[in-house]
Design a protein around this ligand. Structure first.
Ligand SMILES: C[S@@+](CC[C@H](N)C(=O)[O-])C[C@H]1O[C@@H](n2cnc3c(N)ncnc32)[C@H](O)[C@@H]1O
Length: 234
């Protein structure tokens, strides 16, 4: 999979992409990420990428021109891809959307800044808008990194255990059971006996039960949705 990112702050991407799973995915050729400075697609001596909003109000809005130019140039040189605008107004990133996007050959991610992005980008350029949660961050760079990580986990070969993302929290609409490792007893807090039993069926049953119990205690909205198919209230 290839991912091109358009941002005013390319320097924010180097380090997070250079460690652990994302670094290995890139080294093994399963994932190629290229980060592009939006200013390179802006016109004029000053390469302006933002202007005050029409209608007044504070802050600046990112101009459509450099974003359209960037996406069009990258689509021409790297081939067409699915264009995603990171936005608090987008649909929430989920295991389903991450898995769906992992099946695309090419993603183009647009990172907003300031008050946001001229609406014509969402209306006439982006294929979809994605939010990473109901809170506002200063820019789309961290959301883009979150999306890249979530999507990469679904690329075949990226994780040692290919079923891992399908067993993680949320995949089945539930939270995962807790994990324990050595020592068996840490400061008097013992590991649940069943995990030491060697009885795989009993361990699987315990994990399932714990997943349901934790979800009921911490995220009853998820459990309600799983049981009824309808969204629950938090
Ligand atoms: C400060 S935010 C703009 C917020 C906007 N004024 C609003 O209230 O919806 C600047 C940029 O950060 C990104 N961003 C902020 N929060 C986000 C979120 N929860 N999910 C995805 N992108 C987000 C978007 O690209 C957005 O254009």
């Amino acid at each position: 999979m290839r991912i091109d990112v358009l941002t005013l702050f390319p320097g924010m991407f180097g380090d997070p992409l250079s460690h652990s799973i994302l670094a290995r995915a890139r080294e093994s050729g399963l994932l190629a990420v290229e980060v592009h400075d939006l200013r390179d697609f802006a016109e004029g001596k000053h390469r302006v990428t933002d202007e005050p909003p029409f209608g007044g109000g504070g802050g600046m809005v990112m101009k459509p021109g450099p974003i359209f130019a960037g996406v069009e140039a990258l689509s021409a040189s790297r081939g067409p891809g699915r264009v995603i605008l990171l936005s608090p107004a987008g649909s929430l990133l989920s295991p389903e959307s991450a898995e769906r996007l992992s099946k695309e050959e090419h993603l183009l991610l647009i990172c907003g800044r300031y008050e946001g992005v001229d609406q014509r980008v969402a209306d006439h350029l982006a294929d979809e808008e994605i939010s990473i949660g109901d809170y506002v961050l200063s820019g789309g760079e961290l959301p883009a990194l979150v999306l890249i990580d979530a999507v990469a986990r679904f690329l075949p070969g990226v994780l040692g255990d290919p079923d891992a993302p399908r067993n993680d929290s949320f995949a089945e609409g539930l939270l995962e059971a807790p994990h324990y490792t050595r020592p068996r007893d840490f400061r008097g807090w013992a590991v649940p006996e069943v995990l030491l039993s060697g009885d795989h069926a009993a361990v699987a049953a315990w994990r399932k039960e714990e997943g349901v119990r934790r979800t009921a205690a911490r995220r009853p909205d998820l459990l309600k949705k799983k049981l009824t198919g309808r969204p629950g209230m938090e």
